[in-house]
Design a protein around this ligand. Structure first.
Ligand code: M6R
Length: 367
């Protein structure tokens, strides 16, 4: 059932063009210029009148939530807060019947997320679920929702579920923005036309990054630490890249907003520190270029994820991974591909069990 792949994780990484396509199918209708989502449409007024949306999740789903915050705030202009479900449930959060809560969970069974939903419901909030497993506990307990159509995810390290979550959050943000008048029709059309190309661009990213990430990984089998840096939409992508590496390679890794480096982590940089930098053209590119220069001045080893044809970052980085260009808001979907592959190959070269890393379970049903 691994379809010729050595591990489920690699199979699931390669399934992403299809899982994203399946998540868009029937919802993104570019020719008609609409996004069709019953869960959003049926509750449109309530959602668009929300004073605040709180996103709750754990782990990778929480990282998707952070990107969801950027998307919903940019396109629908509704304030969003993102919380770890485990913190939310124990801190007496300010939630009333006027609130909207979005719960994100691949498995739909995560205990902390479930408990946070129950609390939000007790306080009268409207809870929208984004789950991958059909008919899971969270899918059943939420008031409305949308499924990610990623198909079964077996590898403990979440890959295709994450990019499917980003796909759903993009659809939600664009649909809300279109209907509440925050997004012009022209901008809406430009964005949905671009979103429609994402499965193909993910396919191109798989092709352009697979061999090179495999090669790069060989150099970092004995690394003890890694930093992952990104700005804007790619800051949460950096957090997710670091989590992937930690989970399966057992190498300590941290994600940071690139500009935060000078407030502390820069002290860690020497010739032994690998730093993965996500530096697409659209998204604070000039600022990232200066961050790379700061790192090189301290001899850090830079692995840069850039757009095809990049010269500025590429000329100073130690290793260059090229991905196709897209709008900034969708770039984490594309940038995730080489980060997943890099962590996969580092873990494989270390001889680890990538599908079932030590101490971890696919769904965390205990708190
Ligand atoms: O099933 P969920 O999305 O609720 O799971 C949340 C986390 O346990 C999960 O994302 C975890 O961090 C993964 N192992 C990440 O790869």
């Amino acid at each position: 059932e691994k379809g010729g792949y050595e591990h489920f994780m690699l199979k699931e990484i390669f399934e992403q063009p299809k899982s994203i396509h399946d998540t868009l199918r029937g919802r993104l209708l570019v020719e008609e210029g609409i996004i069709k989502m019953a869960g959003i449409w049926d509750n449109l007024e309530r959602l668009n009148q929300a004073k605040k949306i709180t996103i709750i999740a754990c782990g990778t789903s929480w990282h998707a939530g952070l990107i969801g915050e950027y998307l919903i705030e940019e396109f629908a202009r509704i304030p969003v807060e993102v919380e770890y479900a485990s913190e939310f449930r124990y801190r007496n959060p300010i939630i009333t019947e006027k609130d909207i809560v979005i719960a994100i969970s691949q498995s739909g069974e995560t205990a902390d997320t479930m408990a946070a939903i129950k609390l939000a419901k007790e306080r009268g909030a409207f809870v929208y679920g984004i789950c991958n497993v059909v008919d899971s506990s969270i899918a059943r307990v939420t008031d409305a929702g949308s499924y990610t159509h990623a198909g079964p995810e077996i590898g403990v390290a979440s890959t295709k579920a994450f990019t499917a979550q980003l796909t759903i959050l993009s659809l939600i943000a664009l649909k809300l923005g279109k209907h509440n008048g925050q997004l012009s029709n022209q901008e809406f059309m430009r964005l949905i036309t671009e979103l429609d190309t994402i499965p193909q661009k993910v396919q191109e990213a798989l092709e352009s990054t697979h061999e090179i990430t495999k090669e790069i990984a060989k150099n970092f089998v004995d690394a003890q630490n890694f930093l992952y840096l990104g700005r804007g939409y790619n800051f949460p992508a950096a957090l997710e890249g670091a989590l992937k590496l930690k989970e399966i390679s057992y190498i300590h890794a941290e994600g940071y907003p690139a500009a935060e480096m000078k407030h502390g982590p820069i002290a860690l940089i020497d010739e032994n520190m690998p730093i993965v930098i996500i530096a697409p053209k659209q998204g604070h590119y000039d600022k990232i270029v200066s961050n790379v220069q700061e790192i090189k001045a301290r001899k850090g080893k830079v692995i840069a994820v850039v757009n095809k044809g990049d010269t500025q970052v590429a000329s100073v980085a130690d290793y260059v991974i090229e991905i196709p260009e897209t709008s900034e808001c969708f770039s984490p979907i594309i940038a995730s591909v080489p980060l997943q592959l890099l962590s996969y190959y580092v873990a494989v070269y270390r001889g680890n069990n990538v599908d079932q890393p030590r101490n971890l379970a696919k769904s965390v049903t205990v708190e």
